[in-house]
Design a binder for this molecule. Structure first.
Ligand code: HEM
Length: 470
């Protein structure tokens, strides 16, 4: 791990490498290069000390806002003035059309008013037993196979989660799995040109697979699912796609047109699978690094979950599991950066922000900011117990953003993560492979470079795994 700054590592010396922070602002070209390869390496010390930092790159004004009052101003109080940064929006719009990840204004509101109740806690409650069963079955596969292979836990978690998603999106139709897998990888890796006016001019020159083509290939499946549920003769489950078709806009009473249903379903899958996988991967990474916290989590699971399998009404009782997940998303926010653009001039925490400035609210920075957190690099789930959470501004912790555009799937994500951690941690411990140092890379999401290579032990009995990769 030469040249890399490690976070505290365990007894075996397996630490997560995060790139060193530049002491001062990088020159523009070095900054842009760093953003394109690993955005974490572009963020210098000043950003972790100052609550608002104004910069210019190639004449473009950028405000790095970490002050919770400033974040509240942008996400909530003056939300209309801060649409998503146009180039990020364009990346999503290419394949997701009218889906809420890529739209603004009245079109976005129309989608949001239908999408939110289609995926909120009440809507997914009936799916929780099927999600638990799906996770238990998956754990069963891990349980029966022995071996001592090192494997990529991120790939395993992806497979497990796709099963849970499928329960919610289609009621468990196996034909939908390739479509879910493909959408989970959207959008393609951005290039520097995507963040300039050149982007759309270069688009036609790219291979079809990089222009949303892969998504188009699965439209057939997606539209078949939509059309079946639009048919008056449909008697199947009232799953997410069914709800997106039949829920009415509470303001206008209208439903979404057929193509908009496709776009919104695609938007949710593209927006939701990858960050949930990332969050869970970092949970296992941190638990492996902190045996005392892992032991506490096991104690809670053993004490609370007497019955096998896990029951839906036990999820809210898993308060320490929840704290571990929340603290993981503080240190390793799955979406490390959120960019907005000022439509008109504004004042944020006393600073004048001219129109067209970029506002960078970076959970990676906000969550490790020295003025917001004591000992910010330390993994300490007690930061999220009731008392400590109540003492903090809501806008000092923004893994799901905030305000009207807060992640529409936050509650669904938390439910999935509770299920997966509870089901897997009851049975297994994952150990980091000493041969594969972990390196955190920030792009649209924050991930360990090359996955998270681990071995698995059955709790109490050594039990390495191979089955999950078949
Ligand atoms: C741990 C998991 C997740 C994290 C950390 C996360 C994070 C975020 C963040 C930060 C945003 C705001 C992005 C921006 O404004 O630029 C967002 C938006 C969004 N997320 Fe999530 N997300 C997660 C899971 C999910 C899930 C499970 C879904 C499934 C429905 C989902 C669907 C969306 C959609 C559709 C948007 C756009 C919302 C809008 O603009 O109205 N996300 N998410």
């Amino acid at each position: 791990m030469d040249g890399l700054q490690g976070i505290s590592s365990d007894a075996e010396g397996v630490g997560a490498a995060i790139p060193p922070r530049p002491a001062t602002k990088l020159p523009t070209l070095a900054f842009l290069r760093a953003v394109a390869t690993n955005s974490l390496s572009a963020l210098d010390e000043e950003l972790f000390d100052e609550l608002i930092v104004a910069r210019r790159y190639l004449g473009q004004r950028v405000f790095f806002v970490s002050d919770p009052d400033g974040i509240k101003r942008v996400f909530l109080d003056n939300f209309d003035n801060y649409p998503r940064y146009r180039y990020i929006r364009r990346l999503f719009q290419a394949g997701l059309g009218t889906g809420s990840l890529g739209t603004e204004g009245e079109l976005w509101w129309r989608h949001r008013r239908i999408a939110a109740p289609a995926i909120d806690h009440r809507a997914i409650m009936p799916d929780i037993p099927a999600m638990i069963t799906s996770a238990e079955e998956f754990a069963g596969h891990l349980d029966v196979v022995a071996g001592d292979q090192v494997f990529d836990l991120e790939a395993v978690v992806t497979r497990l989660l796709i099963g849970l998603w499928n329960q919610v999106v289609t009621g468990g139709d196996p034909a939908a799995v390739p479509m879910l897998n493909s959408l989970a990888k959207y959008p393609r890796k951005p290039r520097l040109a995507d963040f300039t006016p050149l982007g759309p001019l270069l688009d036609p020159l790219r291979p079809k697979s990089q222009r949303g083509g892969k998504i188009a290939a699965f439209d057939e499946v997606l539209y078949r699912l939509v059309d079946t549920r639009r048919d008056a003769a449909y008697r199947g489950p009232h799953d997410l796609i069914w709800r997106l078709i039949h829920l009415r806009d509470r303001k206008t009473g209208e439903t979404l047109p057929r193509t908009d249903v496709r776009d919104e379903a695609a938007s949710m899958i593209a927006g939701g699978v990858s960050p949930t996988v990332r969050a869970l991967t970092w949970v296992w990474y941190l638990l492996a690094q902190h045996p005392e916290i892992e032991a506490r989590l096991h104690r809670e699971l053993d004490a609370r979950l007497e019955a096998d399998p896990l029951a839906p009404d036990q999820l809210p009782q898993l308060s320490f599991v929840r704290q571990v997940i929340e603290e993981t998303m503080r240190l390793y926010p799955p979406i490390p950066g959120i960019l907005r653009e000022a439509a008109a001039a504004d004042v944020v925490c006393g600073r004048r922000v001219p129109a067209r400035s970029i506002i960078a609210i970076l959970p990676w920075v906000v969550h490790r900011h020295r003025r917001l957190w004591s000992d910010p690099e330390r993994f300490d789930p007690d930061r999220f117990n009731e008392e400590n959470s109540a003492a903090r501004s809501r806008f000092a912790y923004v893994p799901f953003a905030g305000g009207p555009r807060i992640c529409v799937g936050a509650s669904f994500a938390m439910t999935q993560m509770l299920i997966v951690v509870a089901v897997l941690a009851r049975r297994f411990r994952f150990r980091l492979s000493a041969d594969h140092p972990v390196r955190a890379v920030g792009r649209i999401s924050l991930h360990p470079h090359g996955g998270l290579m681990v071995t698995v032990e059955r709790r109490g009995v050594a039990m390495p795994l191979t089955a999950a990769r078949r």
